[in-house]
Design a binder for this molecule. Structure first.
Ligand code: CMC
Length: 428
């Protein structure tokens, strides 16, 4: 028999349905509570609120489990290609060989961006943060493809927007970097796969051919897979809420990029490297910085530590830590900030403050060290996260649309002034 929850309000008991997920997670369905009782629930930051059911990603923060469409992240990170994972997330199953070939082919054919985009790029100041540029340009794609503006139009139009987004974000990302440095852009080349093509657009110079290092390409492929989805996080929830108003996919993803930018979310990868550098320049006194992070009067937080849902360990961080070691060794790089990162981790994992609060290194703690080792400039780190997260945003937007989700519109409890009469300005 299915469970029900009971709630007693104003002396009356009401029954609420219980929803059970395929991994036995349980939720009390309060969607009709206000209609029945006049009460809403309140949960700032949605710490205990499920905003949707979803069949895309399963995450168990207590046991450190992450699966895309049922497949463990460890297996995908080791064996799959990023576009294979993108297909899996968006269309629900691992592609057969012919399906993957067709998907990759379609994406390869759409990697160029409209030449007028360069006019937009030129308008940004030198040194413009690439996240600001990427968010703007992704939204602007909707103006180049007006047929995308009605997301309910037809399945083919949506599929085309999906392909265009996946194909063009790496080009936009690499071009935003080149423009910010006032260097000429490098066009996409069809001879490369997705990851190689991005690396080539980032690093080739008109004066010098760039040779893609397979170690670098493999490391980047792994990082992108690890970031590809993470169920209802801040940016994904943003994409869903914006999309729930039936805004088009480009507009919804643009909003997701903006949400990702903050240092408490995707911007943490840039903040981690800046923090590690600051610690190094300050003389490397780890205890001093750990004490700062614990001091409630000090706004400093240990960036790359803690997570809303992982309270034991972040399985992505485990994979990334090993990948960072492997990549640095393979490339023969000795990065002093890796040593500082390892020392911080060792001390924090034994410190009561961090243990008691379940604060562990998250995905961003070591990712920046790999990006740095493969030559990605610090300001581009969060853009790399965006390229990785794009399939997840798309899959969640598509699911939201197919499920005919209602518009996202939370309630509130008003705490302002009671009604009062307007006072003429001279009498205030
Ligand atoms: N350093 C020091 N103290 C911390 C940290 C930290 N990095 N993170 C959390 N705490 C403390 C916090 O002060 C609070 O202590 P108390 O209970 O005494 O008030 C307690 O731990 C719980 O923290 P919270 O802020 O209530 O937790 P949250 O779930 O709202 O926030 C978080 C999660 C990720 C925003 C937070 O842990 C944080 O700011 N971490 C640093 C930024 C970071 O690395 N973000 C990347 C997250 S992973 C990438 C992604 O998926 O977005």
């Amino acid at each position: 028999m299915s469970e029900i929850a009971k709630i007693t309000l104003d002396g009356e008991t009401h029954e609420l349905p219980v929803i059970v997920g395929s991994e036995n997670e349980k939720a009390i369905d309060i969607s009709k509570l206000r209609g029945k009782t006049g009460y809403v629930t309140i949960d700032p930051g949605f710490k205990n609120t499920g905003s949707t059911t979803s069949a895309i990603t399963f995450l168990n923060g207590e046991d450190g489990i992450l699966r895309y469409r049922g497949y463990p992240i460890e297996q995908l990170a080791e064996k799959a290609s990023f576009l294979e994972v993108a297909y899996l997330l968006i269309y629900g199953d691992l592609p057969k060989k012919a399906e993957l070939d067709a998907f990759e082919n379609e994406i390869t054919r759409h990697t160029m961006v409209h030449e007028d985009m360069k006019t937009l790029l030129r308008a940004f100041p030198a040194g413009a943060h690439p996240m600001g540029v990427a968010a703007s340009l992704i939204v602007s794609l909707s103006t180049f493809y007006p047929e995308s503006q009605d997301p309910n139009r037809d399945k083919e139009a949506v599929d085309l927007s999906i392909v265009r987004l996946l194909a063009k974000l790496p080009t936009i990302a690499a071009w935003s970097h080149k423009f910010s440095e006032r260097h000429p852009v490098i066009y996409p080349k069809n001879k490369y796969n997705y990851v190689e093509n991005f690396l080539n657009m980032m690093f080739e110079l008109p004066t010098e051919e760039y040779k893609v290092d397979p170690i670098v390409a493999k490391a980047l492929n792994t990082l992108l897979i690890l970031h590809a989805d993470h169920e209802q996080n801040c940016s994904t929830s943003t994409v869903r809420v914006v999309g729930s108003s039936q805004a088009n996919l480009y507009a919804s993803v643009g909003a997701g990029i903006s949400a990702l930018w903050g240092p408490l979310h995707g911007g943490a990868n840039q903040a981690v490297i800046e923090m590690l550098e600051a610690i190094r320049k300050d003389g490397g006194d780890i205890d001093k910085w750990i004490a700062k992070a614990k001091d409630k009067e000090d706004p400093f937080r240990l960036m790359g530590f803690g997570h809303r849902v992982y309270k034991n360990f972040d399985p992505r961080a485990t994979i990334i830590k090993k990948a960072a070691d492997d990549v640095l060794k393979a490339l023969g790089i000795n990065d002093p900030v890796l040593d500082i990162a390892k020392q911080i981790e060792e001390i924090a994992l034994k410190d009561e403050y961090f243990v008691k609060r379940g604060l562990y290194p998250n995905v961003d703690f070591y990712s920046g060290i790999i990006y740095r080792a493969i030559g990605i400039p610090t300001e581009m780190f969060t853009v790399m996260f965006a390229i990785g997260r794009l399939p997840g945003w798309i899959a969640q937007w598509k699911e939201m649309l197919e499920d005919k989700s209602p518009i996202g519109r939370p309630r509130q409890i008003y705490t302002g002034s009671a009604v009062r009469n307007y006072v003429e300005i001279e009498n205030r």
